[in-house]
Design a protein around this ligand. Structure first.
Ligand code: SF4
Length: 477
């Protein structure tokens, strides 16, 4: 028996930047993007500079579909930035693929962005009023054009000036003729780390796992409000804007987005996920014979739940890993075409058993019910669903596509109504307090999608715009 996936929150891209003299930086960026593929599967691109000329290759598709040995060979240079895309603002067309590259009065410029500006509509209007034409609907192009127009003497000055006008989530890699800049917004929403390459040079990436893939050592985060310059023999670090206190790191990096081998906010994501499972077991003891994860992101939490509860852990599902994660695809029609990602139940592990099923989130509520049905059809006596975060009742404006208010299951329904609709024998969401205990901090993380308190002013009507552009699918609970 099998099922198509869907219904998780969707991430807004992965970025990478590499300065490595005498190395094939395009190939290194290619492998780095491979390690970030889970953050966006809609488009990929790499821009390279050899100190004089900048070249770019980007297209819609997976990293392995976009690049060939021939296209990589044409990207010669010492400096590279790359991007894997999942759209949040902007439609899903190939013209929104990143990096964006333009020629400016100060030489070529390329930019790749993870996040979402909440004031991009106003900035866009201002640019157009000044006569600037835009070729895409992406806020990342707005960032690029603003940098190109600023009159500062150096790129650092221009970036700093633009940062004062940008409100929202941005972890950026910016490529100029002979420099890479890693830039993070003062709230620190999205991750960005930097590391030392073994053969000399530096790399920066959305996740530390991508830096390890490149053999990096001495990894540090780009801190909130910082500009880190990658060229020459030493990193240059500038605190361009004062960090906002408390910070607003996206809690979903721990819950779902980042690979478990990532370190985010100095914490192992794998370890935090185990803690989330432990907290669930303590909050909601359940009589059952087996604990199973919905793979892959919930595996550490199920292990944690098992160790805290004493209920044996086992595999309940086998996930087909050879086909893309269809839920990353941003339109309903694309998703339907890509109904290839499948779960198969290991019947003997659930037959005649009371099952605790651990999952990371319920967003629209369109997939949990079918997954529960799979277990019941395979002979599970009872299915108790445990979710490693609180109910998602509010949309995200900072780069994560969760849908508008009316799309969110927990906005429209009570927990008991959701339990009934998904056909579970019980349903429990981890409390906000339990989640923060698992992370090991009381504050410093954005919790807006659970609690509705946004760390910056947002236009509550703007989330609808994204959906009208066809960014997300919607299914009835
Ligand atoms: S609203 Fe939720 S998904 Fe968006 S940045 Fe905050 S914690 Fe992350």
């Amino acid at each position: 028996m099998s099922i198509a996936l869907g219904g998780h929150p969707r991430e807004a891209c992965g970025v990478i930047g590499i300065y490595a003299p005498h190395e094939d930086v395009a190939r290194m960026a290619f492998f780095g993007l491979y390690a970030l593929q889970h953050r966006g599967q809609e488009a990929a691109g790499i821009a390279v500079s050899d100190g004089e000329r900048m070249t770019l290759h980007k297209d819609a598709g997976l990293v392995a579909q976009v690049f060939t040995p021939g296209s990589l060979a044409r990207l010669a240079g010492h400096y590279a930035i790359g991007h894997t895309r999942y759209s949040t603002t902007g439609s899903s067309s190939a013209r929104n693929a990143q990096p964006f590259m333009i020629e400016t009065m100060n030489g070529p410029l390329a930019l790749a962005h993870n996040g979402n500006l909440v004031n991009s509509a106003a900035l866009r209007d201002e640019l157009m009023r000044q006569g600037v034409g835009l070729s895409s609907s992406s806020d990342s192009e707005v960032l690029t054009m603003m940098l190109a127009r600023d009159s500062g003497d150096t790129w650092e000055a221009r970036i700093k000036a633009a940062m004062r006008k940008w409100t929202g989530a941005y972890s950026l890699v910016i490529l100029t003729r002979s420099c890479i800049f890693a830039v993070r917004d003062p709230w620190g929403f999205r991750p960005l780390s930097v590391g030392l390459l073994p053969g000399g040079g530096y790399a920066t990436a959305s996740e530390t796992g991508a830096l390890h893939t490149l053999g990096c050592e001495a990894i540090r985060e780009v801190k909130a409000g910082e500009i880190v310059t990658l060229n020459g023999t030493a990193l240059r670090v500038e605190q361009a804007l004062a960090p906002v206190e408390p910070s607003a790191l996206c809690v979903f990096e721990h819950i779902y987005f980042s690979r478990p081998d990532a370190v985010w906010d100095g914490r192992s994501v794998h370890h935090v996920r185990q803690n989330l499972g432990r907290e669930l077991a303590l909050e909601c003891p359940t009589a059952a014979e087996v604990v199973i994860p919905v793979p892959d992101s919930s595996i550490p939490a199920a292990i944690g739940y098992s160790s805290a509860s004493g209920i044996p852990y086992n595999d309940g599902f086998i996930k087909n890993r050879y086909i893309g994660r269809t839920f990353i695809e941003p339109t309903d029609s694309l998703r339907k075409q890509g109904v290839a990602l499948k779960f198969n139940v290991i019947n003997e592990n659930v037959l005649n058993r009371r099952v605790v099923m651990i999952d990371d989130s319920i967003v629209r509520g369109n997939t949990t019910g079918p997954i529960v049905r799979l277990l019941k059809n395979a002979g599970a006596k009872e299915v108790h669903v445990r979710i490693t975060c609180p109910p998602i009742r509010h949309p995200c404006f900072m780069g994560v596509d969760m849908g508008a208010y009316e799309d969110l299951a927990a906005h429209r329904h009570s927990v008991e109504q959701i339990r009934e609709k998904i056909g579970a024998d019980s349903l429990h969401y981890l409390s906000l307090e339990g989640m923060m205990r698992a992370i090991g901090r009381e504050d410093g993380y954005c919790q807006a999608c659970f609690a509705g308190h946004y760390p910056l002013a947002v236009d509550l009507s703007s989330v609808k715009t994204g959906f009208e552009q066809g960014i997300a699918w919607k299914e009835a609970l």
